[in-house]
Design a protein around this ligand. Structure first.
Ligand SMILES: Nc1ncnc2c1ncn2[C@@H]1O[C@H](COP(=O)(O)OP(=O)(O)OP(=O)(O)O)[C@@H](O)[C@H]1O
Ligand SMILES: [Mg+2]
Length: 443
């Protein structure tokens, strides 16, 4: 496996890590060799034992820019210590408490290897996202109800599927119900099922989504949109672990892992009496939150390339120009990953060459730095304008070259008047761009 593991000095109770890792055929190095970069950060797993020299090790994490470089750091800490929180804050993605079993080490390694392997449906480059995936994998191994929160388009549904895939239920159904998309009057019958004739229009027996998800996972998407009456019925199903089909007195025993998701603040909904407090606590057993994309910028470019690969034709070359990369990183992505996906898909269609330039991205420039302070705003906006101009200048030069410097032909191919071209060339000249090519006389 093309992964290197770096290990700090280990306390006696942590020594078994070395044996397990070497059994996996992975190279192990002492931690002070990390800087030698035998493996790039994305392919490096670092074990740090905080049960000894905790302060020094925490300092080491900050000096070595664990967060910025996205190293995959796993810390070993005493149980019930504040060190876990401190280390996670410094960018650690997971933790172990000694004494740990061989199986626990294997589990943590598997979790980490999983999201380091290429070709996965989940992209997570920033340490914040990796923490979420590690937690999701831990959660996958339990039957606890999970509450996924995050702005629209952050990837809640993808994460729910990911949890299902990493659980022992992976070969059973994954069923998703969007509670906001179904009229309130129908939602109950859709969730719980009904017998023929139970209500007007019930022309045949119908299984509910709970029953369809039997032995598998049920995602209740946009749970905040459920009416208070239905919330009470849902609570009963979750507590009793059985469901009553409408029109039937016979409850059906359920074995379903429930994942609820929402882009609303459920705690606030409880305060506003829009969401039942008892149901909230029933769902919030294991909360997992996706951060908005603008708060995990290291994910943006890897995601962009993931979508390029998804949408570009086979054997076709498509890359992001440097200006496009910085523009994508600076943009504040109100629609999160879904918006990024649409942007890339559109840019692939709009581009005129193998590279995607800022103008192909078609991002609303005015809103690029709504979250930045004014100084940054000026700086970013001028950078954007400059990069847009550069794209235009490059395009004009290409056309000029093609026409061997003939301005009339160039203007025509650019779809502008010769006068407008003259103006643009003067502008380029004033910015120090050489518009006279070797062996070519501009007309
Ligand atoms: N980590 C990821 N890696 C690759 N693709 C992702 C990732 N996260 C999200 N996506 C893609 O982004 C899009 C939005 O994801 P998803 O539908 O899961 O978001 P959501 O949070 O459920 O949004 P909404 O609140 O609007 O329902 C999907 O097309 C999904 O494939
Ligand atoms: Mg969704």
């Amino acid at each position: 496996m093309d992964i290197g593991v770096y290990i700090s000095e280990l306390s006696k109770s942590s020594q078994n890590i070395i044996k397990i890792i070497s059994e996996n055929g992975v190279d192990i190095y002492p931690i002070n060799e990390l800087g030698l970069l035998k493996y790039p950060p994305q392919k490096s797993i670092v074990f740090i034992d905080l049960t000894i020299n905790a302060n020094e090790h925490l300092k080491w994490m900050s000096l070595n820019k664990v967060k910025e470089n996205s190293y995959n750091v796993i810390v070993i800490t005493p149980r019930n210590s504040e060190l876990v929180a401190q280390a996670m804050h410094q960018g650690a993605i997971d933790y172990l408490h000694p004494p740990f079993s061989i199986q626990q080490i294997k589990n943590i390694l598997n979790r980490t290897f999983e999201h380091l392997s290429p070709g996965k449906m989940m992209i997570a480059s920033s340490w914040k996202s990796k923490q979420v995936l590690q937690l999701a994998q831990r959660a996958a191994n339990t039957d606890a109800t999970i509450l996924l929160t995050g702005e629209s388009g952050t990837g809640k549904e993808v994460l729910a599927k990911y949890i299902h895939q990493y659980s022992s239920r992976r070969d059973e159904p994954f069923i998703s119900v969007n509670c906001a998309a179904i009229p309130e009057t129908m939602l109950e019958a859709i969730l719980f099922g009904h017998l023929k004739g139970a209500f007007t229009g019930a022309i045949q027996n119908q299984k509910g989504k709970f029953e369809e998800a039997q032995n598998g996972t049920l995602l209740l998407d946009e749970i905040a949109e459920m009416s208070l009456t239905l919330q009470a019925k849902l609570l009963r199903v979750l507590q009793e672990k059985e469901v009553d089909k409408i029109g039937s007195g016979k409850p059906i025993k359920l074995n379903v892992r429930v994942i609820a998701s929402t882009n609303k603040d459920l705690r606030q909904a409880v305060k506003d009496n829009k969401f039942r407090e008892d149901l909230y606590y029933r769902l919030d057993v294991l909360p997992i939150q996706w951060l908005p994309l603008r708060e995990r910028k290291e994910d943006i470019i890897p995601l962009a390339y993931y979508f390029i690969e998804k949408y570009v034709e086979e054997n076709e070359v498509c890359e992001l120009s440097r200006e496009s990369e910085s523009l994508l990183t600076e943009y504040h992505w109100p629609g999160n990953i879904r918006e990024l996906e649409n942007t890339i898909q559109r840019a692939i269609i709009l581009r005129h060459s193998a590279e995607i330039y800022p103008e192909d991205l078609n991002l609303p420039i005015a809103s690029i730095s709504m979250n930045s302070n004014p100084v940054e705003t000026d700086c970013i906006q001028s950078q954007v304008v400059n990069s847009k101009k550069l794209v235009e200048f490059r395009y004009i030069l290409d056309e000029l070259k093609k026409s061997k410097g003939n301005r009339t032909i160039t203007a025509k191919s650019l779809g502008i008047s010769t006068r407008a071209l003259r103006y643009k060339l003067a502008d380029m000249k004033s910015k120090g761009i050489d518009i006279n090519f070797k062996n070519q006389v501009l007309s």
